[in-house]
Write a new protein. Structure first.
Length: 281
């Protein structure tokens, strides 16, 4: 049996309510998006609709622009010196690249979790969770912060494991717990969208499955975009999948996009099939 056919046994069963209805309104609409690092053209003419209540996975070989793409969604790309983007990213119809758009407000609406767990080394578990709130909503009552900490850690499926360790350093937790702590920190500011850039790549299989199960529950409240190089993870954890690939000119392009079960079991583009089956990478 080929690898691509065996994916039928890996793709998580999806309820009919998790499929994209014809009249679904995208949460994010990406239109003619191009991203650059100085003169280097990293991704070219990306057009993609991302839907609420779903996990959308972005897969593809190294260097195809996956991480660049999601950094453009919350305007983190331009933080890199010399980097910029053109085109439109619409969130609920609002172009976040409009001249009067406020990047700080945008990043409050769109949280991000990075590949390597990065809790603040000098802060406790408690202070890690509310670090963003301290900046955006200072001088709140302790009872308010207490409520946010518990709610965020519960949402990140971490509360029961750390409720007696809130004053311990965040870095004292295991790798998987640190990553869920970073997810809790992102959730504390109550974003509408959650971007995850290979959040389980540094974790063991048990911690990875906890992250995947967490995404399955969080998508009821958030629009989630997941970058992953792990085909099995994309098949298990996502509802929609976008396959990116860079050509000989090194520009990343969207090759194919659709429901995960179709992408993995019945892809329309041979390059997608070759990548999923391991013949391309």
């Amino acid at each position: 049996m080929s690898l691509i056919k065996s994916m039928a046994d890996i793709v998580r069963p999806h309820r009919e309510t998790e499929t994209v209805a014809e009249n679904s309104q995208p949460k994010i609409q990406i239109r003619n998006l191009n991203a650059y690092y100085g003169k280097q053209h990293a991704i070219e003419d990306i057009n993609l609709d991302i839907y609420p209540g779903l996990v959308t996975a972005i897969i593809g070989p190294s260097g195809c622009g996956k991480s660049t793409m999601i950094r453009c969604i919350n305007r983190m790309h331009e933080v890199i010196k010399g980097a910029y983007a053109t085109g439109e990213v619409l969130v609920d119809g609002e172009n976040i690249y409009a001249p009067d758009a406020d990047p700080v407000r945008i990043r409050r609406r769109i949280g991000m979790v990075f590949q390597k767990p990065n809790p603040f080394p000098t802060k406790t578990v408690y202070e890690n969770v509310i670090a963003g709130l301290r900046l955006n909503l200072p001088k709140q009552k302790k009872s308010y912060y207490d409520e946010v900490v518990e709610r965020s850690l519960r949402s990140a499926a971490l509360w029961d494991e750390v409720k007696d360790k809130l004053n311990a350093p965040g870095t004292a937790l295991s790798g998987g717990q640190q990553q869920r702590l970073c997810i809790a920190r992102a959730l504390a500011i109550e974003p509408e969208i959650l971007l995850l850039d290979e959040p389980a790549s540094a974790l063991d299989p048990t911690a990875t499955l906890k992250i995947e199960d967490l995404l399955f529950s969080l998508k009821e409240q958030y629009t989630i975009v997941l970058v992953t190089h792990n085909m099995q993870q994309a098949a298990r954890a996502s509802d929609m999948t976008a396959f990116f690939m860079a050509g000989e000119d090194h520009k990343g392009r969207l090759v194919e996009y659709g429901e995960t079960k179709e992408i993995f079991i019945n892809p329309k583009d041979k390059r997608t099939e070759d990548y999923i089956s391991g013949r391309l990478g």
